[in-house]
Each structure stands twice: as structure tokens, then as C-alpha cells.
Design a protein around this ligand. Structure first.
Ligand code: GUN
Length: 313
């Protein structure tokens, strides 16, 4: 039986609806949460992501502000900008879009963000809160992975979870969230011996590597839930054929656009997995939905009010 396809677009819409309702309640009390997005220079992918974030704010009723320092911005200039945002009362969330230009000390800039406004959950204070199970701001993409599992009624507690990739943005926080939800967690990386064998132990497999279609059928236990966090662009027709030969819909889109999006999971995995997130339309839409949620959460935490729960398990 082919895998159940987990519809991230639908789940993200549900969450955005819940956030919009919360924003409305807050508006009645005279509070409008605000998000500041800092986009340095003109990275085309970052420009698209930031446009999506600002648009989502409008849709759920949040105040948003885009700040666009030039490509030549220095660490000192960005620190001054972040410190100004830290002080402003109408800004509840600050997001510095990555990557930053090479001359900027990115770690220093991210460290300067007030942890109470760190809607990316990247500040070491929030990383510490997550690892010690205290309330804080959780990175958006890993939080989205957990929402997909919970809202699809896929049990986590007591199950074998394998995370491939150990980035600070996805792999490590995803592993921590799964551990906090009582999974038995293994984190794999480029030095892991017998990667397919370790992955085959997984009842929940999270792929966050950044390599097109690397997770093939021999990495997957039949019936496993596979969460594909990869977002890779293919432009080479030969590579396209290797993954999507015979997929008429994809072929037409590829001919028109000259590129297609593929995750870290090979399409053949759909025949063996129990459930699978597609790319596009899986984890991606959750990232923005969780950013909206985090902005409301930050606004509430800063005011000392109760934070709304998303899914409960
Ligand atoms: N660039 C790619 N993904 C992200 C993200 O989740 N947050 C930020 N700030 N930048 C990114």
C-alpha cells in the first residue's frame, strides 16, 4: 500500500486559523503582536522566504515590519539595529533571515536578539530552555515537524525516532523535541557508520540533510513515518530524470520552469513508507505557520499571560 501523504499545507492552514483567532482576541484587549524581519542584501531565496513571512503576518492580523540593510552591512550596524528592535515595545518577535553576508559575525548578531523576542528559537538561552523542558521559543521548522506528527495522530512516545542531520536549526532541535515527547532518539550525520541500517530502525525517520533524494528505499523500515525536511532545487535534466522519470505532472512543470523542488527523500520511498510528507507541501508550510505562532507566544510571554496550546498529546 502506498504511503499516506501528510498534507502540510492543510495542517499549516489550520494552525494559521488558530493563530488568527488568538490575534483577534488579543486585539479586543488592545494588543497587536508585531514581528520584525531583518533581510540583509539580496539573496533571492531569502527574499522569497521573507515575502512569505510578511504576507502570512498580514493574513493572521499581526503587525510586521521588514528591515533591509544593504549587502555591505557590518556586524556593528546589525548589532545596533537588533538592539533598537529589542527596545521597541511594538515589536514582539525579531527574525534575522539567514544566511548573512560573509563579513558579518552571524553568531554575534543572533546572540544579540533578546531571547524573549527570539521567534527563531536560535538563541542559546532558548536552546537551553528546550533541552531542559522549560517554556521558551522553539525553532519553527522542528516545531512544525512535531505538529505534523501530532495532528496526524502518529504516536511518538516510546517509539524509535532517527534524525538524519545535526544542524542547529533543524536536526538538533528536532531530536530534542522528539526526546521531550518520549521517543527513543538517534541522531545521524556524515560520520555515522551504516547509515541505511541505523535509519531502518526508525519508526519515525526525519531527514534534514540537504541532499536531493538521498534517503532511498533501503533506508526505510516498511510502514515507517518519514518526515522530509529537505528543500533542494534540481535544474539538471539528467538528475531530474533519475528521480522523476514517468511522472508526467512533474515533467511538464520542470519543462516550463526549468527547475523542480525535491526533498532529501527519494520518491521511491512512497511505495514502502507508512506515511510521508511531500516536497513541496509537507514541512515547508509549517515553518511559516509556526513563526506566526511563535510571534503570538512571544507577545503573550512578554506580557506574562498564558500561552495558547497548539496540539495536545
Ligand atoms: N534561512 C533558512 N531558514 C531559516 C529560518 O528558519 N530562519 C531564519 N532566520 N533564516 C532562515
Amino acid at each position: 500500500m502506498p504511503a499516506l501523504i501528510l498534507d502540510g499545507t492543510k495542517i499549516a492552514q489550520d494552525i494559521r486559523g488558530e493563530v488568527a483567532a488568538e490575534v483577534k482576541t488579543m486585539a479586543a484587549a488592545g494588543v497587536r503582536p508585531g514581528l520584525a524581519v531583518v533581510l540583509v542584501g539580496h539573496n533571492p531565496a531569502s527574499e522569497i522566504y521573507v515575502r512569505g513571512k510578511v504576507k502570512a503576518c498580514e493574513e493572521v492580523g499581526l503587525y510586521s515590519e521588514k528591515l533591509t540593510p544593504p549587502e555591505t552591512a557590518t556586524t556593528a550596524e546589525l548589532l545596533a539595529l537588533v538592539e533598537d528592535l529589542n527596545r521597541r515595545d511594538n515589536i514582539d518577535g525579531i527574525l534575522v533571515q539567514l544566511p548573512l553576508p560573509a563579513q558579518v559575525d552571524a553568531k554575534r548578531v543572533l546572540m544579540a536578539v533578546d531571547p524573549a523576542k527570539d521567534v527563531d528559537g536560535f538563541h542559546p538561552v532558548n536552546v537551553g530552555f528546550l533541552s531542559t523542558q522549560r517554556p521558551g521559543l522553539v525553532p519553527c521548522t522542528p516545531a512544525g515537524v512535531i505538529e505534523i506528527l501530532k495532528r496526524s495522530n502518529i504516536p511518538i512516545a516510546g517509539r524509535e525516532a532517527v534524525v538524519v542531520g545535526r544542524s542547529d536549526i533543524v536536526g538538533k532541535p528536532a531530536a530534542m523535541l522528539l526526546l521531550n515527547a518520549n521517543a527513543t532518539v538517534t541522531v545521524c550525520h556524515s560520520k555515522t557508520h551504516d547509515l541505511p541500517g541505523v535509519c531502518r530502525r526508525a519508526e519515525i525517520l526525519v531527514a534534514a540533510i540537504g541532499r536531493s533524494g538521498m534517503i532511498t528505499h533501503d533506508f526505510v523500515k516498511p510502514g515507517a513515518t518519514v518526515i522530509d525536511v529537505g528543500m533542494n532545487t534540481i535544474t539538471d535534466p539528467a538528475e531530474f530524470q533519475r528521480f522523476f522519470a514517468g511522472n508526467a505532472k512533474r515533467e511538464e512543470a520542470f519543462r516550463k520552469k526549468g527547475s523542480t523542488l525535491i526533498g532529501d527523500v527519494h520518491p521511491e520511498v512512497a511505495a514502502i513508507a507508512g506515511a510521508l510528507t511531500p516536497v513541496p507541501g509537507g514541512v515547508g508550510p509549517l515553518t511559516i505557520a509556526m513563526l506566526m505562532f511563535n510571534t503570538v507566544k512571544a507577545a503573550k510571554m512578554r506580557r506574562g499571560s498564558r500561552v495558547p496550546e497548539l496540539s495536545r498529546v
